[in-house]
Design a protein around this ligand. Structure first.
Ligand SMILES: [Zn+2]
Length: 321
């Protein structure tokens, strides 16, 4: 996308499984369990962890549901391909068809971003990187790594459905623990932060399930959002005043954002800060940083940005779906 970083929002989270949860490893198991947790060697031992790619997939599906409730065109189906006549094409496939029709040898990031659906703009597709990156979630410092437990019998039969009927089937779950992860939103538009806000509120309320067996009740997680840090690169505008924080999207920071990427122009809002919770580190004079608590963040104003954006969204790739 952009060659340089203009803004970044870093969100630190703690995830706590509530009840049984399984993030499957695709590897063959030595232990004899049929489905085992992903593991990593850390702190001198094997520990379970939640891979960032798995977190991102879960967050994306949740965001898709939110988007579709508001506007059916606002989220493509990332799994729909060329040959699936019953399903409309994903943005990735539709962009390939667009490229062919336009006889372009290459599709620029600008075009891919401008034409993609809101969900792809945030999470990416086969033609471009998304704005959101999710780190692997490891056992939180100072807490005990949870010990996986083996489950079998009736619960497992219910969990796997017909396929495992009659066969002895064992899987490994964890039921406790605390995992720390960081989400990075870079070169973002404010509506994207608004959409992410809806997801974060649902994570806090335990409404987002992770891993395998979600429809069977596994994977309930309760999250706390530990901190939110905004970084701005550049000194054209002051981000923090004595009483306010100026929250700026790319459209307010990058001249060609609208014309080249179709981004919102003059993308900004202002919120009051409580001095105790806001800190500024301006070492070089080029990087401005503000750390804000979840409760002080202007979620309501950001939600309005997202709702206005999604309700007015029209699918630029409609001819190729
Ligand atoms: Zn899409």
């Amino acid at each position: 996308m952009f060659k340089r970083l203009v803004n970044e929002c870093k969100i630190e989270l703690t995830l706590r499984p509530q009840g049984a949860m399984l993030i499957k490893s695709g590897l063959a198991q030595i232990s004899g369990v049929d489905m085992a947790w992903v593991r990593v060697f850390r702190n001198g031992q094997d520990e379970v962890y939640l891979p960032g790619s798995s977190l991102k997939g879960t967050i994306r599906s949740h965001a898709e549901r939110i988007a579709r409730t508001l506007n059916e065109d606002a989220a493509c189906d990332p799994f729909a391909g060329h040959r699936d006549k019953d399903k409309p094409h994903s943005c990735g496939t539709a962009l390939e068809l667009y490229q062919k029709r336009e006889k372009k040898t290459e599709l620029t990031m600008r075009e891919a971003y401008r034409l993609s659906c809101p969900i792809c703009k945030l999470f990416g597709n086969t033609q471009m990187m998304g704005r959101l990156a999710t780190e692997d979630a490891y056992v939180k410092e100072g807490t005990n790594p949870p010990s996986p437990q083996q489950r079998d019998g009736v619960g497992i039969d219910r969990f796997t459905g017909g396929a495992a009927r009659g066969a002895k089937f064992e899987l490994e779950v964890i039921t406790e623990g605390e995992f720390h992860t960081t989400f990075h939103l870079t070169n973002f538009e404010l509506w994207q932060l608004g959409l992410l806000g809806f997801v974060l509120h649902d994570l806090k309320d335990g409404l987002v399930r992770f891993g395998s067996g979600k429809s069977r009740g596994l994977g309930k997680v309760q999250a706390t959002i530990d901190s939110i840090t905004l970084h701005y690169i550049g000194n054209k505008e002051k981000i923090i005043t004595n009483s306010h924080v100026n929250l700026l999207g790319v459209g307010a920071l990058f001249k060609q954002a609208n014309e080249q990427y179709g981004m919102q122009i003059n993308d900004r809002l202002q919120f009051k800060h409580n001095n105790q919770n806001v800190s500024e580190h301006d070492l070089s004079g080029l990087r401005q940083t503000v750390k804000v608590t979840f409760d002080d963040f202007p979620w309501q104003q950001l939600a309005e940005k997202w709702l206005a954006f999604v309700n007015n969204f029209t699918d630029a790739l409609a001819d190729f779906r």
